[in-house]
Ligand binder design. Structure first.
Ligand code: FAD
Length: 328
């Protein structure tokens, strides 16, 4: 089987992998819907940079150079001078770095888009409400005619259909609608009911790294590092995982370009990237962790403790959107 050598190898073609590839090619981007974002970034990456179906199954350290050697699903091997793991919550690169897998919370999340051809009456505000104690519904207008929503609930006990992994998004939607009718305003029920079936997505397990792991873990070894969910999976509780992945891409590309200009090594660039990102992603992970804990807290004391920590972390609604990670 053929062996290849490359300067920079990015494992993973999700938001973070594409953003990192794009940032390393020095372009700017802005987008809201995941699909649009992914397509826009993929279109702007130079032809031939993305290799589809190239699943990395193992990574070893070369005993001579100490650099990583990747084995792909077709048996090929790739030697990389720089390896960036943007391969999500089950990251092979994170495993190579010795990181334990993210933890999982059994919770069902349904998300999708609803079109309002004649305009919706919701303004621009993000709304998050609790329904019937265990449901949380989020509503985020994207344009005058399009609204993004999510509904989360604890996974039903084993044996009930929704607890299985393969259940369809439409079945989940119907199950949730039945419950929402009892505890939510008619406009919320209508929004979920009228959602575009093609846009629906369901997950049954939410993965996250604990904030203390994000604060302390070794996120680099030589010129190998992780970004996006591979570094700081944080679930959907504050809706910042994807945004933080984009910030990672900008900071990493900037560190690499500064190190190149200064004649520094790749290892120093990667170290600088981790140093700069760690406080930011540790705080986001903490906030997301506490927000998720609040959702599941049963006791009043537990709830009050979560609310107090969240208040300490900040209450201004646009503070995350206003975060400036600097220019490329
Ligand atoms: C229900 C839900 C709602 C969310 N809502 C929001 C939100 O509103 N706003 C927000 O900012 N974030 C949100 N997030 C978080 C956001 O989705 C993630 O943080 C983001 O997708 C992370 O992007 P990523 O590229 O790091 O990882 P991923 O999107 O997981 O992409 C990883 C990529 O790597 C590939 N891959 C994996 N393993 C390998 C391998 N071994 N070899 C090769 N390729 C591999 C995968 O196929 C995939 O393409 C939400 C998450 C969930 C679960």
């Amino acid at each position: 089987m053929e062996e290849e050598g490359h300067g920079i190898v990015i494992v993973g073609g999700g938001i973070c992998g594409l953003a990192t590839a794009l940032a390393l090619h020095r372009k700017e981007f802005r987008c809201l819907r995941r699909k649009d974002l992914i397509e826009t970034m993929a279109k702007n990456i130079p032809a031939g940079s993305i290799r589809f179906g190239c699943h990395v199954v193992a990574i070893q350290q070369d005993p001579g150079t100490h650099g990583p050697i990747l084995t792909t699903v077709d048996g090929g091997t790739i030697r990389a001078k720089v390896l960036i793991g943007c391969d999500g919550g089950s990251s092979a690169v994170a495993r190579y770095l010795g990181l334990s897998p993210p933890k999982a919370i059994p919770r069902t999340v349904l998300r999708g888009f609803t079109a309002y051809p004649h305009g919706h009456p919701f303004g621009a505000e993000f709304l998050r409400i609790r329904g019937g104690g265990e449901f949380v519904v989020g509503r985020l207008p994207v344009t005058r005619n399009l609204v993004h929503f999510f509904v989360t609930m604890p996974n039903p006990p084993t044996g009930i259909m929704l607890a299985t992994k393969d259940v369809s998004a439409t079945t989940t939607k119907d199950f949730m609608l039945e419950k929402l009718r009892d505890c939510c305003a008619p406009e919320i029920v209508q929004m979920v009911q009228d959602s575009d079936p093609e846009s629906l997505n369901v997950v049954n397990s939410i993965r996250y790294r604990s904030p203390w792991q994000v604060a302390l873990a070794a996120f680099h070894r030589g010129a190998v590092t992780v970004a996006g969910d591979a570094m700081h999976a944080m679930g959907p509780f504050i809706g910042q995982g994807g945004s933080a992945a984009l910030e990672d891409a900008v900071v990493l590309a900037r560190s690499m370009s500064r190190a190149n200009a200064a004649g520094g090594g790749h290892g120093a660039a990667v170290r600088e990237y981790v140093r700069e990102r760690r406080p930011r992603v540790a705080l986001l992970s903490l906030e997301s962790f506490v927000a998720g804990t609040l959702l599941r807290a049963r006791s009043l004391v537990g709830k009050l403790a979560c609310v107090a920590v969240l208040a300490l972390l900040g209450t201004r609604s646009l503070r995350h959107a206003d975060f400036d990670c600097g220019r490329l």
